[in-house]
Design a protein around this ligand. Sequence first.
Ligand code: NAP
Length: 463
Amino acid sequence: MATLEDIHSPFDGAVVGQVPVSTLADVNDAIGNAVKGAELWRRTPAHVRSAIMLKAAQLADDRQELIAQIISSENGKSLVEARGEASRSGEIIRLGAFEGSQLYGTTLPLDANKGTGLEKLGFTIRQPVGVVVAISPFNYPALLVLHKLAPALGSGNSVVLKPARATPLTAIAIAQCFYDAGLPEGVLTVLTGSGTLLGDALVSDSRVRKVSFTGSTSTGTHIASIAGIKKLSLELGSSCPVVVLDDADIELAAEAVSLGGYINAGQVCISVQRVIVHEKVMADFLSALKPKVEAIKIGDPKSEATKVGTLISQAEAKRVEACIAQAVKDGGKLLTGGERSGTLIKPAIVSNVDPRSSFAQDELFGPAIAVSSATSTKEAIDLANSTAYGLGAGVFTKNVDLAIQSAREVDAGIVHINWTPLWRADLMPYGGLKASGIGKEGVRSAVEEMTEVKTIILHGRTW
Ligand code: NAP
């Protein structure tokens, strides 16, 4: 009998569920079953896979409210935000069903190669890689699991999923939609338990052909060092900048930052962490932003009035509180927020932040933004590019020349003009540069990364 562990609400510590604590023996069994599952699933015609996926999507739609309640209970995000997250589940699965059935190849003009005639025929086919290990973080326990499961299963792979230890119940509820839709045995296994204990065995196993990881840059770096020869997608940390140029629509920029810096208590890889404002519009920007941030209602995640809920744990809330205090010690000015009550932190704005300080450079993953000033567009873009990361960025300007120049010059995998990085359509390519990772998610891109191209040459004879 497996040992069980309790899963707690970050808001009040209540036990909200129990899951098995998987062992290294379970990892070995799960990968063994996934090898058999992959053999079966890759030989299943795409239209049959697609029909099962579409059933799973319908079940995810039907269970939206249940999934939202589970997300909010174990993650601490407000029910309002959890409902938004859960509502995307069915659509992501449908995208996976579609993109996974579009595995096209190309024909090869072999006769263009000197010495080769028309007696040969060459083409490529795209096939699933086999066993995919998917490892996900706590902050979007449905969305980030689905961005791995939907493309992997849609394109004919089997998956061993290791969700974050803090948020396994959502992953199980989502997996249940696939099981109830008729996914064959071995095609999807969820392993709950500790990443530190199970991670190395999962990612270094040579039967695994692809690791799709979303989490911190430090864990991603470790995975890259031990994974061996297999495909890797690493969606990692960030310190996303927003640049407000002197011709920007200040009201729009303030509105967008008041959302993008604080949604999910700032625990989003594409959260606004740094705002670099042209000095000419700094005063206007801060006076537009402050009341909007102060209006964000935090509290009990299950209350319909709460906009933003808790951080994932007491330890994380204390860490973020200490980072804000340090930023102030280092010369920053706390304009509002920062007070902690248990796992809740009042949304904070720290202005006058030295852009080279740790508060700007290192990932905060909490509900606070660092505001710094720039004297020119060039300086603002240089500052935006000054961290180790490069996931998302936003630039506010009404000038089309500056918009084009910024889009080209900002070192980020996703650049938004006149919005913040906190925006995502599930079909768009999504992934970071520099220490923010390698590879792209977004269902079509993920299907590409979870499949391999095989070249086929038919050798005929000249008539
Ligand atoms: P984390 O500590 O790196 O954990 C992520 C996952 O990795 C969890 O399932 C964790 O399991 C597992 N893990 C831990 N040690 C491992 C090991 N040695 N080998 C394999 N897996 C291991 O990250 P987190 O705190 O959950 O999430 C926050 C981070 O994720 C932030 O840095 C954020 O920016 C990043 N993130 C990035 C994106 C993106 O798209 N770029 C999206 C969301 C989040 P346990 O929970 O059991 O430790």
